[in-house]
Design a protein around this ligand. Sequence first.
Ligand code: HEC
Ligand code: HEC
Length: 247
Amino acid sequence: MDMKRSALRMLILIIAALGAAGLEARAGELSDRDAANAPVAAPVGARASTQDGTQSSAEAHSQELIAHVCEACHGREGNSNDPSVPSLAGQGSAYLQDQLAGFQAQRRVGAMSGVAMNLSRADIRNAATYFSQQILRTGPIQTADLNALRRGRAIYDDGIASIDVPACASCHALDGAGLPSAFPRLAGQHSRYIVAQLRAFRSDERLSTNGMMQNVSARLSDGEIGAVADYIAGMQTDQVRGRPGAQ
Ligand code: HEC
Ligand code: HEC
């Protein structure tokens, strides 16, 4: 009885490990180099293999899903108008896949959880590829508090040495473009969403790889979180302005 149960548990572990390895491999395969080389407005099905009917109907299903479900909340081409919903446009494909897998595994819980549960592997891969290839368009910067922005910039660029907060730039890049495939792009993201995520990391409601964002957020005050989030929302990368030479 016990033997049987532990054998079963082992099998589940192996399957889970294989699944994770597969996802990782895929994520690598589709990483941002691919995304950058692909035509910007490529339809999701661009890389579908046509010799296989199931594959293309999976692609068609993903396209429907993106247009009618994802874009209903995340906005057209992943440019969200709702400050509590993140823009997905231009975000790294591997990061997007990892987060969707995280919602499925309940490593991360939120408004996305219900939607994520119903996604197939193909949907995750196709949606991540599609959104990573869109261009982020940011609206006008909301804040007018220059002192807070300056404070936010100092935190972003240099961290706060006196309380051991590392510079955001060291992982997310100086211009906020992120470092594929592990460190998400932050530049141009909604301030309200950033604030909510930093608080969720601080309270352990959202976990992060190796606890990296727990370390970063543990000693940040609400005021510091607000300041750095406003600074991030106003950052512009080449990606935000539109990629030169990638029509
Ligand atoms: C009902 C609205 C809604 C729908 C529909 C929806 N999302 Fe989301 N999504 C959200 C919200 C809200 C968040 C932020 C969740 C949180 O606070 O943790 C989010 C977060 C995400 C994230 C994490 C982004 C990041 O920067 O970490 C990904 C990836 C994502 N959604 C992908 C998708 C995809 C793909 C679809 C379509 C299959 C989809 N979403 C449909 C509301 C929605
Ligand atoms: C040691 C590396 C590291 C440093 C330093 C760091 N981050 Fe992160 N950050 C990460 C990783 C890794 C993730 C992805 C979280 C995960 O594993 O799911 C992340 C995710 C985030 C997210 C969530 C993005 C999204 O789309 O949901 C925000 C917001 C964020 N970081 C803000 C910051 C800010 C602000 C700072 C500086 C105060 C900072 N980070 C410093 C590694 C770092």
